[in-house]
Design a protein around this ligand. Structure first.
Ligand SMILES: Nc1nc2c(ncn2[C@@H]2O[C@H](COP(=O)(O)OP(=O)(O)OP(=O)(O)O)[C@@H](O)[C@H]2O)c(=O)[nH]1
Ligand SMILES: [Mg+2]
Length: 260
């Protein structure tokens, strides 16, 4: 699976007038890259934090995150390409800070935060390819320029893995789910993180009131009829990959509250 390199990212930032740093609204700080922001600043460019997938979090949380970033002197807006929410505001904001038009806008961020989806929604047409999971057909492999309209051009980029995102996020978003080596370990770490913020998440996603992550994986495997061929034990590796996919596709409720 191809990711953006820092060198590539710097070149894109140089080429652009404005940068959209796309974050996952469910966990904006974990999907944020201070390193990318420092490159943007060193190149003297303006940037907007775009909290995408706001349909997956409570509205008060979205507002809270926006205010949190604004208190820290950053521009932030929340949108949902799925529900076509906030895209007019985004376009207006781009044109408001553009010094000249046509303006070139680079779209950067973690894999699977919805960079290509933003380009499609602003263009009003499915032009950039998208995909649900890291490395599945349709994920962005190359830097590419799109004409949105006469005033806005956008550069789509492959995902970049910020070192700040933490190991767990790097594994979940950095490779195809099938290639994750120890899915059970990874899924258990992920499940604990989800339970910390949304205690009822797995009840909502799978209809079972079980808190122990390993037992939950067994439950999912049994329910779907997944057993190891040799031992006939529940195939928790397969269940673990399902949990990782369901986290990525938003089936499992997860949202981190904004700082007070
Ligand atoms: N719920 C929800 N899902 C979204 C939203 N925007 C995008 N998605 C989904 O998120 C997945 C990833 O979207 P992409 O646009 O391919 O993301 P990307 O950042 O371009 O991904 P890479 O090119 O792999 O880095 C897709 O399955 C989209 O349908 C949104 O606002 N809400
Ligand atoms: Mg993409």
């Amino acid at each position: 699976m191809k990711l953006a390199t820092w060198k590539q990212l710097r070149e894109v930032i140089r080429r652009a007038d404005i940068i959209l740093e796309v974050l996952d609204s469910r966990d904006p700080e974990t999907t944020r890259s201070l390193r990318a922001e420092s490159i943007i600043r060193s190149e003297g460019k303006d940037f907007i934090l775009v909290l995408n997938k706001c349909d997956l979090i409570p509205k008060t949380y979205a507002e809270g995150w926006k205010k949190f970033y604004e208190r820290n002197g950053l521009k932030a807006i929340y949108i949902s390409t799925k529900q076509r929410y906030g895209t007019r505001i985004l376009r207006r904001e781009i044109l408001r800070i553009a010094i000249t038009t046509p303006v070139i806008v680079a779209v950067i961020g973690f894999p699977k935060v919805g960079k290509s989806s933003i380009i499609n929604i602003l263009k009003g047409k499915h032009s950039a390819q998208t995909s649900p999971y890291p490395g599945t057909p349709g994920y962005t492999k190359n830097v590419q320029l799109y004409k949105i309209d006469n005033r806005i051009y956008m550069i789509d980029t492959p995902g970049v893995i910020p070192i700040e995102g933490g190991e767990l996020e790097a594994i979940i978003r950095g490779k195809p789910v099938e290639s994750i080596n120890e899915p059970v370990n990874i899924a258990i770490k992920l499940m604990k993180r989800i339970q910390k913020y949304v205690p009822s998440a797995f009840l909502q996603a799978y209809g079972v009131d079980e808190k122990d992550p390993l037992k939950l994986l067994e439950f999912i495997a049994v329910k779907r009829g997944w057993f190891y061929k040799t031992t006939h034990e529940p195939n928790i590796d397969e269940a673990a990959r399902t949990v990782i996919r369901d986290f990525l596709n938003g089936k499992i409720p997860y949202y981190v509250p904004p700082p007070q």
